[in-house]
Design a protein around this ligand. Structure first.
Ligand code: AP5
Ligand code: MG
Length: 217
């Protein structure tokens, strides 16, 4: 039997987690569990969870741990995660990492690897200013490096491409600060377990994916 892949992809906002996740899930056939995408879907559907999450996300602030942990706990218990998963954007705080460890123990699972995308802040600011996302399916494009086939339209579903509302400079700065203060400490947490594989996110999209494949194969 092939080895089960229980992976976390980590990295600062705009490092390319979503872009690489799309390639990883195609290659390895595991579900993409993105807390950011789950929140954005709930916001679009105006559910109570979405309304609550939006008050934080629109300002570039983290959604409270208890809300986020509950969401991931439910998601990882679903049947499609039984033979592996790719977590994107979770965990982001030490309490979230501790909760994940407890969730995985209760499911009889172990993490296989943490892929850490490394990029400097200037590159992230550049990438965010040219990012456009699909209003419907959330797919991510770049006006510079990943143009859609038809200008302003999603390749997957044909819907309009827009600026994400937390990509305004003030919100983006707050997201970067949170990454440095609250999320980077997790790297040490996972390094102690020997799980961290650093990948240079400044390469082009294919180059980053080749490096990730080397880690996962
Ligand atoms: P989330 O959706 O997770 O956002 P994020 O971590 O800020 O990361 P992004 O999605 O902005 O960037 P990405 O790394 O996916 O980059 P992308 O591939 O798009 O979270 C959003 C919000 O939800 C949070 O701020 C928080 O409020 C809340 N939230 C989510 N999870 C939470 C949690 N666990 N706890 C609490 N709150 C939570 O790429 C960026 C751009 O660069 C694109 O235009 C892309 O085309 C381009 N690009 C990608 N790779 C390359 C490359 N190699 N070369 C050139 N361009 C590239
Ligand atoms: Mg993303």
């Amino acid at each position: 039997m092939e080895k089960e892949l229980n992976i976390i992809i980590m990295g600062p906002p705009a490092a390319g987690k979503g872009t690489q996740s799309e390639l990883i899930v195609k290659e390895y056939g595991i579900p993409h569990v993105s807390t950011g995408d789950m929140f954005r879907q709930a916001i679009a559907e105006k559910t109570p969870l979405g309304m609550e999450a939006n008050t934080y996300i629109s300002q570039g602030k983290l959604v409270p741990d208890e809300v986020t942990i509950g969401l991931v706990r439910e998601r990882l218990a679903k049947a499609d995660c039984q033979h592996g998963f790719l977590l994107d954007g979770f965990p982001r705080t030490v309490p979230q990492a501790e909760a994940l460890s407890e969730i995985l123990t209760s499911l009889g699972k172990k993490l296989t690897a943490v892929v850490l995308l490394v990029a400097d802040d200037q590159e992230l600011v550049d990438r965010i200013s040219s990012r456009r996302v699909c209003v419907k399916c959330g797919a991510s494009y770049s006006l510079k490096t990943k143009k859609p086939a038809v200008e302003g339209k999603c390749d997957n579903c044909g819907s309009d491409l827009i600026l994400r509302n937390d990509d305004r400079p003030e919100s983006f700065k707050s997201r970067l600060d949170d990454y440095h203060q609250k999320t980077l400490p997790l790297v040490d947490y996972y390094k102690k377990e020997g799980l961290v594989h650093e990948v240079d996110a400044l390469q082009d999209i294919e180059g980053v994916f080749t490096s990730i494949r080397k880690v996962l194969d």
